[in-house]
Design a protein around this ligand. Structure first.
Ligand code: A3P
Ligand code: MG
Ligand code: MG
Length: 369
């Protein structure tokens, strides 16, 4: 991208809602699945369910450190932007012969909406996102400048082992992919070495209040017999790992973490979150399945609940409404069909950033070719 940034100017500031807010928020519509695609082991994309893993319960006692030396990590320097999602949307539109989305839709990764939605309870991590209006939609992605990425990479490397156990739990919790060679040396339940390039993405349409959303996100597995077709969102599962909870402090931390687990799965319409609890040595001790929609009630029932969903939905709607109101009118796309070979006009680039405990600021940044 060839970017020319005049001096950024703060456009609007949106404070966080009070954490105690209970007023009914704008409803989040039940997500509808509109497509899927798969990243293969070399990161190429196919527009089908090749990389859809099938769930089977991991054996208690399995060692989540297994295979660490053979793991393949995703190349973080590869800037994919929203490419997979956009490519898939074009595929869906071609297949259906009509537009996949309503005018004024936000097109983004589920992870971006999770970040916005959980911001009212976020204590530590700020973020910055880019919003570009084009063709009647607003494309949103993380703004990830090199210094921020460098810092994150450093942080991640100190968590590498813990992070790996999340992936190895996925391998132990799924069947080996059909047609892949299996080794007699593998421990019980192992379905193949971790390759972070492989991902199965689901694309849903939803809305918060009257603001349409199109979200793409990875789904960890489906809970149907191996070889079955995609069972729909109701058959999808999210897998997580956590340290075994042995004291009140760990219980408080877990209940805080449930906010992100809930938001991540709720936004995509994934009904089940299974948490694998491991000990300090990385041995799986137990699993618990949570019904996504019941997580807020579970947390509300504990003394001094660390979060509640109402401020999250209010803030999500307020942020998206702010962005929509200012950004969509700057869409340079002509309201008529483009002529053959007519160059696309330069797009307007906006940013919005979040500072924990403060709120969200919207900036106009410049144009991009
Ligand atoms: P856990 O979920 O058990 O923490 P996801 O849960 O979203 O499917 O991601 C799978 C695993 O990737 C996670 O396992 C975690 O280990 C790792 N992971 C996800 N997001 C991460 C991040 N921002 N930084 C480091 N590791 C991350
Ligand atoms: Mg995942
Ligand atoms: Mg997971």
């Amino acid at each position: 991208m060839n970017q020319a940034y005049p001096e950024a100017n703060v456009h609007t500031f949106l404070p966080l809602p009070p954490r105690s807010l209970t007023a009914p928020p704008p409803p989040y519509h039940l997500p509808t699945l509109i497509g899927t695609y798969s990243h293969l082991s070399d990161r190429t994309i196919v527009h089908d369910d090749t990389s859809m893993p099938y769930y089977r319960k991991a054996p208690v006692g399995c060692d989540l450190n297994y295979g660490f030396e053979r793991r393949i990590e995703r190349d973080e320097d590869l800037e994919e932007h929203l490419d997979g999602l956009c490519e898939s949307l074009m595929e869906i539109e071609q297949r259906n012969g009509r537009p996949a989305l309503r005018q004024g839709s936000f097109i983004t990764w589920r992870g971006m909406i999770t970040r916005i939605m959980t911001a009212p309870f976020e204590e530590r991590d700020g973020w910055e996102m880019t919003a570009i209006p084009l063709g009647g939609s607003i494309y949103v992605e993380l703004h990830d400048p090199p210094d921020v990425r460098q810092r994150r990479r450093k942080e991640q490397s100190s968590w590498a082992w813990q992070s790996y156990m999340g992936y190895s739990f996925e391998s132990f919790s799924t069947f080996p992919p059909a047609g892949e060679a299996q080794s007699p040396d593998w421990p019980q339940g192992w379905s193949g070495d971790v390759n972070q390039n492989i991902q199965w993405c689901n694309i849903v349409r939803s809305a918060i209040g009257d603001i349409p959303l199109c979200l793409g996100g990875e789904v960890d597995c489906v809970n149907v017999p191996p070889g079955s077709p995609h069972p729909g969102l109701l058959g999808c599962m999210e897998l997580k790992t956590n340290k075994v909870i042995e004291n009140q402090k760990q219980d408080i931390i877990f209940n805080k973490k449930l906010l992100k687990h809930w938001a991540q799965s709720f936004l995509l319409g994934v009904p089940t979150v299974e948490v694998g609890f491991r000990d300090d040595d990385g041995i799986l001790r137990s699993q618990t399945s949570f019904e996504t929609v019941k997580i807020p009630r579970l947390v509300a029932a504990i003394p001094q609940p660390p979060w509640s969903p109402a401020p999250c939905f209010h803030f999500l709607h307020a942020v998206l409404n702010l962005v929509l109101t200012h950004v969509l009118p700057t869409d340079p796309t002509p309201k008529r069909p483009l002529q053959e070979h007519e160059p696309l006009p330069d797009a307007m680039v906006w940013r919005f950033s979040f500072v924990p405990r403060r709120g969200c600021e919207l900036y106009k940044v410049g144009t991009v070719k």
